[in-house]
Design a protein around this ligand. Structure first.
Ligand SMILES: *Cc1c(COP(=O)(O)O)cnc(C)c1O
Length: 367
């Protein structure tokens, strides 16, 4: 069991003049969807050169007063995280590996020339959000409260250099069960665009990466596919990841492969957790490059039996079908969710919900 480090800062609680009435809220929570509902409050912490991190508040969710010259609006100095608060089998709320999100947030901050936030403060801000808006936890089976911590450069200055003031914010969005009855397989489109180049920002969770992925994603959808897969920018040969999920390949001989963290791939916490769980399942797990041509060949020969994508939002999602705009389509396994995909997903979800032992101390109980 992970424990919460002592809070490094006192949070000022601002009264909310008009929270959503409980009856309305409960109606909304019956079908929350994903990313469209927001809870009543937000956490904010300011940073300046003189004062460092200060002014920690839990207040009403409200639009941000932002100078039109704020650096984030021009040079995209922005980073974010995404993690879920779960309800454990005994009713308590919990976070899954929030320290890993805090560490990754700081790695992103370093790459975007932004100030780092003490990990304990990041986790405490998440805890404060759940404490104040736990009532927004959806009643639907498999629901969660999705937390979105992020940081923006607020300094009004049009010169190009790191800003001198920042705001860290946490908002919360109730989320339904991504897939109500087991994950359906998704179809993916091989993009000729690149998501990240060596030396670029591919390993940082920054909004700019997502802005660049929207056209490829739209192209995938125009061609009737759910998601886009990006190949490496240099050779356009090695499989990297989807727009917001990492990939795993399972072989008939019991090997599981995932592309290595080469600097152009986002180091997913789900990816990392599955590396551990798969090894515990007795699989041979390798972090190794895998090419698009090999993928097609192995799917055709039956050497490759499953492919799945993973990330916080959908946990584990099977990939059923792949289309390369030049070389055409291929199907993976039966085209539906494979056994290993479902098994690993069930193992991870059981730990997250407190229904299985947690030998690695991944679950942080909040009350
Ligand atoms: C957040 C993200 C992931 C998945 O990371 P998790 O920590 O597992 O949620 C994968 N790829 C990209 C580009 C991401 O932004």
């Amino acid at each position: 069991m992970a424990t919460i480090a002592e809070s490094p800062m006192t949070f000022t609680r601002l009264a909310h003049p008009a929270p959503v009435p409980v009856e309305t809220r409960d109606q909304l929570l019956a079908d929350p969807g994903f990313g469209k509902l927001f809870s009543d409050h937000m956490v904010t912490i300011d940073w300046s050169e003189e004062a460092g991190w200060h002014n920690a508040q839990v207040g009403p969710l409200a639009p941000l007063p932002l100078h039109p010259a704020a650096a984030v609006l021009h040079y995209a100095q922005e980073i974010f995280e995404g993690l879920k608060a779960y309800r454990l089998a005994d009713g308590a709320m919990a976070l899954f590996r929030p320290g890993a999100n805090a560490a990754r947030f700081n790695a992103s901050a370093r790459r975007l020339a932004m100030p780092e936030l003490p990990e304990a403060l990041f986790v405490e801000a998440c805890r404060q959000m759940v404490a104040v808006d736990g009532g927004w936890f959806p009643s639907v089976d498999g629901g969660s409260l999705y937390l979105r911590p992020f940081m923006i450069a607020t300094e009004a200055f049009l010169g190009v250099r790191p800003a001198k003031s920042y705001k860290f914010i946490v908002i919360a969005s109730p989320a339904g069960n991504y897939f109500k009855s087991g994950a359906p397989a998704v179809s993916i489109w091989v993009s000729h665009y690149s998501r990240a180049a060596p030396g670029g920002t591919g390993a940082a969770k920054c909004g700019g990466n997502y802005a660049a992925s929207l056209v490829p994603q739209a192209e995938a959808m125009e061609h009737g596919h759910d998601q886009v897969v990006f190949l490496d920018a240099e050779q356009h040969r090695w499989i990297e990841e989807l727009g917001g999920m990492n990939l795993y390949f399972a072989f008939a001989d019991g090997t599981l492969l995932t592309p290595p963290l080469s600097g152009t791939i986002l180091p997913g916490i789900t990816r990392d957790s599955l590396l551990t769980l798969a090894r515990e399942e007795g699989l041979t797990v390798r972090e190794e490059r895998y090419s698009i041509d090999q993928w097609r060949e192995d799917a055709a020969s039956g050497r490759l039996v499953e492919t799945f994508a993973c990330g916080t939002a959908a946990v584990v999602t099977p990939v059923g079908r792949v289309t390369d705009p030049v070389k055409g389509e291929f199907v993976i396994g039966s085209g539906g969710p494979g056994q290993l995909t479902q098994k690993l997903r069930a193992r991870l979800v059981a730990i997250q919900r407190g229904e299985a032992p947690d030998p690695h101390g991944w679950v942080m109980r909040l009350d």
